[in-house]
Unconditional design. Structure first.
Length: 277
């Protein structure tokens, strides 16, 4: 049986699990080959407050030219945090070159904000560019803040009604993506909610899980990576989202119980057995 391949377009942090160092072990444990295309190399993740990095933007297209010449194809192109409009355009190019065949996925985690605000490095032009990438996607996984910005709606962090959430997923799907998952939806004080919508099947799924009083980096990368792996296994979006939610909660509980420095990111390695078939 052919091993499926995922072209993962994220930054690479040498220390502190997030982005590629979160995505690679998860998708690999789920039985797929991960082929990384780094957007940048970091000495460590940004939670440490200081770092050294090398921007890889000007090398990315050259890598893709070589892969195209060699005839490489992928079963999914999966992008995470992108540092610029130029990198967004490179991902759009990658999707056209390597994931335009039947059955291929284009997964976009439009990482650009949280807690009702854009990240300080981004402005309106970045949001507009991200909307163009969303049009090319098969699946998008914005958090609630990012969903509001993509839709150009006010970002009210009070818990939304189920009706409002459904409307948001439908409007996001109408932008182009067949499948939508909105994460980190405001819920009760001790809960967090995820809403998914598959526009092909018409299936909605709304789930809540206890909010873990602990913060670390890489949780969003884990979530989208599990969803991607599950879809490539042939599971429904609702089942994929449920597994991702369960796995992220398990990893966060494990990380909190370990007593490790939260800046080191999610301690995913001992938890990967939960993803094995």
């Amino acid at each position: 049986m052919k091993t499926k391949r995922v072209l993962a377009v994220h930054d690479l942090c040498s220390f502190g699990r997030c982005s590629l160092t979160a995505a690679i072990p998860v998708i690999s444990a789920m039985g797929m080959q991960v082929c990384p295309l780094p957007t940048a190399f970091f000495s460590n993740n940004l939670t440490y407050g200081e770092f050294t990095f090398h921007d890889f933007t000007d090398k990315m297209t050259g890598f893709m030219d070589r892969w195209e010449k060699l005839g490489f194809q992928y079963d999914a192109v999966y992008s995470g945090f992108l540092a610029s409009v130029e990198q967004i355009e490179i991902v759009r190019d990658a999707a056209k070159r390597f994931a335009s065949h039947e059955g291929a996925l284009v997964v976009v985690d439009p990482a650009m904000g949280d807690d009702g605000k854009l990240y300080p490095v981004f402005g309106p032009e970045y949001v507009e560019a991200m909307r163009t990438l969303v049009k090319d996607a098969t699946l998008i996984t914005p958090n609630f803040t990012e969903a509001c910005f993509l839709l150009n709606e006010p970002c009210d962090m009070t818990p939304p009604t189920g009706e409002k959430l459904r409307a948001m997923t439908e409007k996001l799907a109408a932008m182009g993506a067949r499948q939508v998952v909105i994460t980190s939806v405001p819920a009760g004080e001790n809960e967090i909610k995820v809403m998914s919508f598959d526009s092909v099947t018409g299936e909605y799924a709304e789930r809540t899980t206890p909010r873990i009083p602990f913060t670390t980096c890489g949780t969003g990368d884990l979530f989208t990576s599990v969803v991607t792996g599950s879809l490539l296994r042939g599971e429904t979006l609702a089942a994929a989202s449920a597994l991702a939610m369960k796995f992220v909660s398990h990893v966060m509980e494990y990380t909190r119980a370990s007593g490790a420095d939260p800046r080191e990111g999610v301690i995913v390695e001992p938890c990967l057995k939960e993803l094995l078939l």
